[in-house]
Design a protein around this ligand. Structure first.
Ligand SMILES: C[S@@+](CC[C@H](N)C(=O)[O-])C[C@H]1O[C@@H](n2cnc3c(N)ncnc32)[C@H](O)[C@@H]1O
Length: 187
């Protein structure tokens, strides 16, 4: 990953500065970013959905991974300041569609299907996101949810659902804030 970090060092330095100077960006940790990048490279999806853009740090990592498979990254953010900051940070990325608003209102309006989803927004809403996403997932779609260990009580309903549903195979990784990785199996 050192080669990638060197290639994008100017863009990544901007995120470092913002993380140290702006409160409440809640960016994923570096190891999670690199894992997301790797998952996207392995999966080679056509269409990626991210719920919770913040200033675009995780979006950036999804976007650079998505380049090699010509995938599009759709990303949703409800906070206007963070949405605008992400716009500036991601201005040179050509494979990103940024959407402003509540994910639970935007997702039902999306007509495309997704084969890679990263969930990193309101923890209490994870269960709502997955339920409205079900009919927007391609077979074998990968759904990665962050903070499933750091916020395990808040996301309990989501984890219980994913782990008990025969629509998903999943594993929880004890990395950074805790990542649940699920594969959707269409019936
Ligand atoms: C943990 S941060 C995302 C961090 C980002 N993924 C990263 O690593 O750079 C969560 C973001 O989700 C946004 N959010 C919370 N509830 C949301 C909702 N219902 N719809 C869209 N975005 C939401 C918050 O405003 C916040 O910016």
């Amino acid at each position: 990953m050192e080669r990638i970090k060197e290639k994008y060092k100017h863009e990544l330095a901007r995120f470092d500065i913002q993380r140290n100077n702006i409160h409440r960006l809640w960016n994923i940790h570096q190891e999670t970013a690199e894992l997301l990048y790797t998952f996207v490279k392995i999966k080679a999806p056509e269409h990626i959905l991210e719920i919770g853009t913040s200033n675009g740090f995780s979006t950036f990592w999804l976007s650079i991974a998505a380049e090699s498979c010509d995938a599009v990254v759709d990303t949703i953010e409800v906070d206007e300041d963070r949405f605008k900051l992400a716009k500036k940070n991601l201005v040179n990325r050509k494979n990103i569609i940024q959407r402003f608003g509540k994910a639970e209102l935007i997702i039902p309006e999306l007509t495309d299907k997704f084969d890679f989803v990263f969930i990193d927004a309101g923890k209490i809403n994870y269960i709502d996101y997955i339920k409205i996403l079900i009919n927007k997932l391609n077979n074998n779609a990968i759904i990665v949810a962050d903070n499933v260990i750091s916020h395990k009580d808040t996301v309990k309903e989501y984890l219980d659902y994913i782990e008990s549903s025969d629509l998903f195979d999943s594993v929880t990784l004890n990395i950074d804030s805790g990542l649940n990785v699920a594969i959707y199996k269409a019936k």
